[in-house]
Structure formats: C-alpha cells, structure tokens
Write a protein that binds this ligand. Structure first.
Ligand code: SAM
Length: 279
C-alpha cells in the first residue's frame, strides 16, 4: 500500500465503486500509486501548472499528479461509473481537481485550463494516437500545452521517437519531432496494469522545441510526408509524383536523392522539400 495520500488503496476503490474494466473503453488500470507518482514525476515540475488528464478511470494517475503538486488537474472521463471515485479524490484535494464527463475527442478543454498547461495521461489505446495528432497539429503554434507525458503501447511509442532508418520511422515520428523533442522515459510490462494488456507499454515525454527542426509550412509538410510514406517502399520520385509535374527536379533542388525511400529521409530533408514545393 502506498502512502502518497490518505485515500483508500485503488483495489478497494475499484471494489467499492464496481469498476470492473471495460475493454471497449481501453480500460487497463494502474493500481500501484508509487508507479503513478513516478509517471507524474516524468512530466517535470507540476507545481504552478494546470494538468490535463484524459481518462482518469479510478484515479491512480490523478492521485499521483495531485500528490506531486499539480496546481489543478482537469480530468476528462467517458465512463460515468468512475465519477464517484473521482469525487472522493476531489474532496481530498479541495479546489484542485475538476472532472468533465465526456469523450475527450469532443470536449473543449481550453476554456477550463490556465497556462502553463501540461498534459499527462495513461491514454485509452483506441483514441490515443488521434489525441496525440490533434495536440501536435493545433491551428496555431505554440500550442496550449507545454509538455505531453503520455502512456502508449510500446509500438506506438517507438513510432513517435524513431529516427530516419529505424523500422518504426514514419509520419508520426516526423509529426512529433518536427516541433518537439520526444523521448521514451519509462517502459512498463503488461503486469503493471489491471487487467494486463497483451502488449508492453511505454511513457513518452514530448516538450516543445524553441524552434522547429527546420522551417516549413505545416500543411505542405504534412502533404509531402503523407505522400512519401503512403507508398514507403517506392522511391521518392515515384511516391511524390502527384505533387508536382517536375517532382524529380524539385527533389534534387531540395538536396535529396530522387531514388531515396521515405524511411531514410530526415525531418530537415522533408522540410527542405516542403519549402521547395511551397515556393
Ligand atoms: N488513468 C487510469 C489509470 O492509469 O489507471 C485509467 C487509464 S485507462 C488505460 C483509459 C481510461 O480512459 C479509462 O478510464 C477509460 O474509461 C477512459 N476513456 C476511454 N475512452 C475515452 C474517451 N474517448 N474520452 C475520455 N476518456 C476515455
């Protein structure tokens, strides 16, 4: 049992509130409060920060975030069964936890957050990548958040941090690393969760870079990268053919080899090509 707070152990919370895990909601709970406090610490100094948590479930990570000093936690949870357990946490930390019942893909959280904001979540696997992509592609940059500390399936975490030439390198790597620094900060085996998922998990920490790795128009870069990895085994001159009539010349003008394949091209290389095509 952990002493991070005076609330009951999570197994007891789950039994009291009948929170049997639902697969359809991606419910794999973390019940070790020392572990959830450790995840919260990976997010950096939380004091003075609002924290957005998607999918608090019975509140293990929520308690870690509050115990680690978050100024306020805004938690968005889709499963109404979790609300009474979260209300008990809110009572133990007066004025510091707000819970919105709803789908994180639909709820507008901005009105409820004050900067600086950090996002820390053990994400439901079914919506995790979509939420990450949204947080990485706001209409204006810098985004409303200062850092993202997120649990994913290990395979997704590897795609986020992959370098050119890695098997996992692709659109998600470029999207994540163009304007952020991204690294895996924790690795968790299935047994860390209740019930245990089939795969390993990992926590990725992303922080905004002061400047993007190279300048580019986000929409053009996104088009180039989508086309290049849409047919990743083809040479660039073939996969990008639809983007410009003189694509081979443009690829060369960007300093790239038209016969190269997408998985070997650096983020800076894709940015150079995006600038060339935008120009
Ligand atoms: N944070 C808890 C923990 O670490 O033990 C639970 C994590 S569990 C992997 C994912 C949580 O996200 C579940 O509580 C689930 O009900 C919730 N969830 C699933 N889909 C959601 C959605 N679209 N919006 C908000 N919460 C969602």
């Amino acid at each position: 049992m952990s002493a991070i707070d005076t609330l009951p152990p999570l197994r007891q919370v789950i039994a009291t509130h009948g929170l049997s895990a639902k697969k359809a909601l991606g419910q794999n709970f973390l019940l070790d409060l020392n572990l959830t406090a450790k995840i919260a610490r990976q997010a950096g100094d939380l004091t003075g920060c609002d924290v957005l948590e998607v999918g608090p479930g019975p509140g293990g990570l929520t308690r870690g975030l509050l115990a680690e000093g978050a100024r306020r936690v805004l938690a968005v949870e889709r499963d109404a069964r979790c609300l009474p357990a979260l209300a008990e946490i809110a009572e133990a930390y007066p004025g510091r936890l707000s819970v919105i019942e709803g789908d994180a893909l639909k709820v507008d959280v901005l009105a409820h957050l004050a900067p600086p904001v950090r996002i820390v979540s053990n994400l439901p696997y079914n919506v995790g990548t979509e939420l990450l992509v949204r947080w990485l592609t706001p209409e204006v940059w810098p985004p409303f958040w200062q850092s993202l500390t997120l649990m994913f399936q290990r395979e997704v975490a590897e795609r986020i941090v992959a370098a050119p030439g890695d098997k996992a390198y692709g659109r998600l790597s470029i999207l994540a690393q163009w304007r952020c620094d991204a690294r895996i900060v924790m690795d968790l085996p299935p047994e860390a969760f209740t019930p245990p998922p089939k795969v390993r998990s990992a926590v990725v920490h992303l922080t905004q870079r002061d400047a993007p790795r190279a300048p580019a128009d986000p929409a053009v870069l996104s088009r180039v990268v989508a086309a290049a990895f849409g047919q990743r085994r083809k040479m660039l001159r073939a996969s990008l053919r639809g983007l410009a009539p003189d694509i081979e010349t443009r690829i060369s003008a960007a300093g790239l080899d038209p016969t190269a394949r997408a998985e070997t091209v650096s983020i800076e290389g894709f940015c150079a090509l995006a600038r060339e095509l935008a120009g």
